[in-house]
Design a protein around this ligand. Structure first.
Ligand code: ATP
Length: 310
């Protein structure tokens, strides 16, 4: 186990932010932490990075309490981004690497390749302040990975990136994993978590509500989703017997159904009232699992979901 969190607990002014949370991050995996706003993801990551002290509990890196050498072996992208705006891209990369104890001699030959990878090569000699927010984020990602850390910790890596850049970052993360890097990241972007994670942990109100390999989590939730495309108003579908929830997207509707529900009955009911263009029984998406588990329906207050440990 590369990283172990053992019952870490944190309260702010008597309010529990992280509630005796335990996590095991195996070496070489991509581990995703998901959860609604305020669930405790950032606080958890900050405790791992020793920015926030846990009230109780223990964090082990490579089997030992994290010591001062820990930070040099980790690449950390904080939720609040910030680079020295008056430095050039090249200068900022060298500076950040030096903070990790890596000399400019080692870093400089790698700068072009990485800036090329994230489409920032033309800005190499420009100042950070001349970059857009998304560009600065890509630059900060480069400063996080260029010293080849064993463990990458990325807090909300995808926020503020367009889909093309999300894909770029996703590809780099997968490549780093192939090279043996362990990656722990938090995200709200379920689609990316679904594409990337080997292991998923969902926290809600500081507690773990799902923890397992992505495939196992999905298998546990079973084939209990239906995607339908219809013509007409599908508002009635959410109140059909057996339908637990409905998410309407622009081009289709996704239903979460009880495992005991006969999908044929739903098809008949729907087809009786509107034209059905597509009807697929699918594995639940992580998005559905998230909504179902956190019950973050905008009309309902958040509540701690049933526990799904696999
Ligand atoms: P988001 O997805 O919105 O970034 P999160 O899962 O990262 O949320 P945290 O930022 O860890 O959530 O916050 C968890 C809880 O701890 C929240 O209730 C928040 O108000 C509280 N909290 C976090 N940091 C502090 C702080 N420095 N002082 C007081 N309360 C805090």
């Amino acid at each position: 186990m590369l990283l172990q969190l053992k019952e870490i607990h944190k309260e702010f002014d008597g309010k529990v932010a992280v509630d005796k949370l335990s996590l095991d991050v195996e070496r070489g995996v991509i581990f995703g932490i998901i959860g609604p706003n305020g669930a405790g993801k950032t606080t958890t990551i900050r405790m791992v990075m020793d920015i926030t002290r846990p009230d109780s509990g223990e964090i082990l890196f490579d089997g030992k309490p994290a010591d001062s050498g820990f930070r040099d072996r980790v690449g950390y992208l904080p939720e609040e981004r910030g680079l020295y705006k008056k430095l050039t891209l090249e200068e900022v990369i060298v500076y950040m690497a030096e903070l990790k104890g890596v000399s400019p001699r080692v870093i400089k030959p790698k700068i072009n390749d990485w800036l090329e990878r994230v489409d920032l090569i033309d800005y190499r000699k420009k100042k950070v302040e001349e970059l857009s927010k998304g560009m600065q984020q890509k630059l900060q990602f480069v400063t996080t990975i260029i010293h080849e850390p064993e463990l990458l910790i990325l807090d909300e890596i995808f926020s503020g990136l367009d889909p093309i850049n999300m894909e770029k970052i996703k590809e780099i993360i997968l490549e780093l994993k192939r090279r043996g890097t362990t990656i722990l990241f938090s995200t709200h972007v379920m689609e990316q978590a679904e594409k990337l994670c080997d292991h998923i942990c969902m926290i809600s109100r500081g507690q773990k509500v799902i923890d397992g390999r992505l495939n196992d989590v999905k298998a546990q939730f079973g084939k209990n989703s239906i995607q339908i495309e219809i013509e007409g108003d599908g508002g009635f579908i959410s109140s059909l017997p057996g339908v637990k929830g409905m998410s309407e997207f622009n081009n289709y509707i996704e239903l979460r159904i009880d495992s005991s529900t006969d999908t044929n009955t739903i098809l008949k009911e729907v087809a009786n009232r509107v034209l059905v263009r597509r009807f697929d029984i699918v594995e639940p998406s992580l998005y559905d699992i998230f909504i179902d588990t956190a019950k973050i329906d905008p009309n309902q207050p958040a509540e701690t979901g049933e526990n799904h440990h696999v």
